[in-house]
Write a protein that binds this ligand. Structure first.
Ligand code: PLP
Length: 463
């Protein structure tokens, strides 16, 4: 049974007894009890107490078309009845995976026409890691195997993906990163730009890639991987000078560019792909999340003609997952893409709600607790600060203030995530103007309450 009628405390007790949560302090959670979410519709969640919560994070940046679309349930139901599972190993295929691959080739930019499937973003990045090394080895350059990534980047939680990521807290557990992955600094101007203008800083950070290529030796570098906008790192939007310079460097040194679009894919930045927003030409795009709007687990690496051709002529690529191209996940993803396309969800957001949210989000910079505000499409971040003129950080442990703000949001019926002392949102793409108004009312109230709590506790102090 699915425990629909159990009281909240009983659900919480069972949860604490048997369920290990990702990225969670288990003892802290056990003392407090999880908030149990039981249903959802549109942009609204409901918890086990019947309280409505506006989901400012679209789950984990994935429910792009919003909750409760029956068409997706019907697609899953029909596919489960027809063919619930078959694999794509050893020269077999099935209609849903063929149709989805064709659709992705049509939607993805440039000549990204070939799709390798996974169950999520981490697995897709593990595919990329092995694939780019195999690509260069097949081309007779086995030494070209180092992958350059970024500090504070997030590419997933498997050993490979977490090594590509630059999260120090993750590297500290389990002996990461694995060899031949190196990291350069992130293009976070507000936090790290010092006296430089954003333009100068963007160029300086991009040129760290060139410096690292020289340090490692161009003949040893396989690829550079980055998120068009760093998501889990706190919605870090690079200055405008950054991406053109990165593209130039990848071209000049014959380095494959992997755009990790697990968050930015399928509309988040106002275009189908973040690569289009930044006018970059990746050789590989990683996708997951918005591909199925989170209704089924699925991820995909989308490869250029050239990369796919080399791999296809390199003999067996000894890699794959039981659920690579899972028929039910593919059928659901296809239905999700049909809805995104036919209802012009991305185009409508770009024309209407993105400009509206952009304007309102920028106004939050007037709040005494808020330093930088940034957004790219429907992903936005702001820095909490005790002194905005000085771009100062709090003296308390990083994340203390962010967590307080997140808790106020939670109490006020809004999911806003904190990354250290930054607050971030990425609501479903179907969020309406009225819902954006509600989001802002709740956010401002939560910021006000956080500020007054900090003042009471004497914490409006810079480091
Ligand atoms: N890449 C990026 C940019 C992500 O944001 C995430 C998840 O948040 C991943 C990869 C990992 O995806 P998954 O959690 O589906 O394995």
């Amino acid at each position: 049974t699915i425990l629909h009628n159990l009281p909240t405390q009983d659900l919480q007790a069972l949860d604490a007894a048997h369920h290990m949560h990702p990225f969670t302090d288990g003892a802290e959670l056990a003392a407090k009890g999880a908030r149990v979410i039981t249903r959802a519709k549109g942009v609204m969640l409901q918890d086990s107490e019947g309280v409505d919560i506006l989901d400012g994070m679209a789950g984990l940046w994935c429910v792009n078309i919003g909750y409760g679309r029956e068409e997706l349930a019907n697609a899953a139901h029909a596919q489960m009845q027809q063919l619930p599972y078959y694999n794509t190993f050893f020269q077999t295929s099935h209609p849903p995976v063929i149709a989805l691959s064709q659709k992705l080739a049509e939607l993805a930019p440039g000549d990204l026409n070939h799709v390798f499937y996974a169950s999520g973003g981490s697995e897709a990045n593990d595919t990329n890691l092995r694939l780019v090394r195999h690509y260069w080895a097949t081309k007779g350059k086995p030494d070209k195997k180092v992958i350059i990534a970024r500090k504070n980047g997030y590419h997933g939680s498997t050993v490979g993906a977490a090594s590509l990521g630059g999260m120090s807290g993750m590297h500290a557990q389990g002996g990461l990163p694995i060899p031949d992955i190196v990291h350069i600094d992130q293009p976070y101007w507000w936090g790290e730009g010092g006296d430089m203008s954003p333009e100068e800083f963007g160029l300086a950070r991009a040129r760290q890639l060139e410096a690292m290529i020289h340090e490692v030796g161009p003949d040893n570098v396989a690829a550079f991987i980055a998120e068009p906008v760093q998501g889990a790192g706190g919605v870090i939007v690079a200055p405008d000078t950054y991406w053109p310079e990165i593209q130039r460097i990848c071209d000049d040194y014959d380095i494959l560019l992997i755009a990790d679009e697990v968050i930015t894919g399928f509309g988040r930045t106002g275009n189908w792909f973040g690569s289009q927003t930044y006018d970059i030409r990746p050789d590989i795009i990683t996708t997951a999340k918005g591909l199925s709007s989170g209704y089924m687990p699925i991820g995909a690496s989308i490869l250029s003609d050239e990369v796919a051709q080399v791999i296809d002529h390199g003999g067996d690529f000894n890699h794959g997952y039981t659920y690579s191209g899972h028929p039910v996940a593919c059928a659901v993803a296809l239905e999700n893409l049909r809805i995104l396309q036919e209802e012009q969800i991305i185009e409508k957001a770009a024309a209407d709600t993105i400009p509206y949210l952009t304007e309102k989000w920028a106004q939050l910079a007037d709040h005494p607790l808020v330093g930088e505000t940034v957004n790219k499409g429907l992903m936005a971040g702001l820095a909490l600060t005790p002194d905005k003129a000085a771009r100062a950080k709090f003296a308390s442990d990083p994340g203390t203030v962010g967590f307080r703000c997140r808790e106020r949001c939670f109490a006020n019926g809004l999911i806003m995530r904190h990354v250290g002392d930054r607050m971030i949102i990425a609501p479903p793409l179907i969020i309406s103007r009225d819902e954006i108004d509600t989001l802002f009312e709740r956010a401002v109230q939560s910021l006000d309450e956080t500020l007054s709590g900090l003042k009471t506790d004497g914490m409006m102090v810079a480091a």
